[in-house]
Design a protein around this ligand. Structure first.
Ligand SMILES: Nc1ncnc2c1ncn2[C@@H]1O[C@H](COP(=O)(O)OP(=O)(O)OP(=O)(O)O)[C@@H](O)[C@H]1O
Ligand SMILES: [Mg+2]
Length: 236
């Protein structure tokens, strides 16, 4: 599951406006990064560039993969997945939305079903598997999107404000999935305007400030674990 993503001399500008210039950055293997910064500094733009959805004005992004990763590339796994704040779900049931990512992978129908049910159980939505997504609440839709991302076992999951409108129960469900991916060797980048149980998983901070990226270790973890036993129980 481990890949390393690196970027060098990354610049983004819209017309004459330089959004950021980042001399170098790297993600992975097995990183958990909290990306913060004021509204409009370019967090979403950076995540889209790192996932390949957007081309930078300058610079490049490259991946290093292990040989076995290269061998398995394109089968059940995806390398880098961007999880949008307002995820787009297909006009179908919860089940169909989650199974979509593994529809062509070489698992039997029974095993695919088992994977989907496991994913839905992790986000607490197994009883809604046959419901149409249009009846779901915003938080439930976010959980379906997370299940759909998890099922692909991405090497790097870029989560753009995943907890923006979620209650504690929904955040707890995302934490369970995020922690499972970290335990499998994946890396996460999480943007958020508030620290919570999800950002408490992060060991590193990226701060977009003054049009560049400042990286630092996150020292809040020990303190938050002492103050919030819930975080401790999840990280053990
Ligand atoms: N396609 C585009 N054309 C022109 N400007 C754009 C385009 N995409 C983004 N921008 C601008 O780039 C800036 C950064 O946007 P971005 O969405 O990356 O910010 P952000 O840090 O994610 O903000 P927030 O915290 O509000 O989500 C914004 O001012 C936005 O208007
Ligand atoms: Mg954004």
């Amino acid at each position: 599951m481990s890949i390393k993503l690196t970027a060098t001399q990354l610049s983004m500008r819209f017309k004459d406006r330089v959004l950021f210039h980042i001399a170098d950055l790297s993600i992975g293997p097995n990183d958990a990064i909290y990306l913060k910064g004021d509204n409009g500094v370019g967090k979403t733009t950076l995540l889209k560039i790192l996932s390949g959805l957007l081309s930078p004005s300058m610079g490049s992004v490259s991946q290093s993969r292990t040989w076995w990763r290269r061998l398995w590339h394109g089968r059940a796994h995806r390398d880098v997945i961007y999880l949008h704040q307002s995820p787009y779900l297909f006009d179908d049931t919860v089940y169909q939305n989650v199974v979509y990512g593994i529809r062509y992978c070489a698992l039997s129908a029974k095993d695919k079903r088992a994977e989907v049910i496991t994913a839905l159980r992790m986000v607490g939505l197994e009883t809604l598997a046959d419901e149409h997504v249009s009846v779901l609440s915003g938080g439930e839709k976010q959980r379906v999107a997370m299940a759909r991302a998890w099922i692909l076992k991405p090497s790097i999951l870029l989560m753009d404000e995943p907890s923006a409108s979620l209650d504690q129960e929904s955040i707890k469900r995302l934490v369970i999935m995020a922690k499972d991916l970290l335990d499998r060797g994946s890396s996460l980048v999480i943007t958020s305007h508030q620290s919570n149980a999800l950002t408490a998983l992060c060991k590193k901070q990226w701060w977009i400030k003054d049009r560049t990226l400042i990286e630092s270790p996150l020292l809040h973890i020990v303190k938050e674990e002492q103050e919030n036993p819930y975080v401790t129980s999840l990280s053990n």
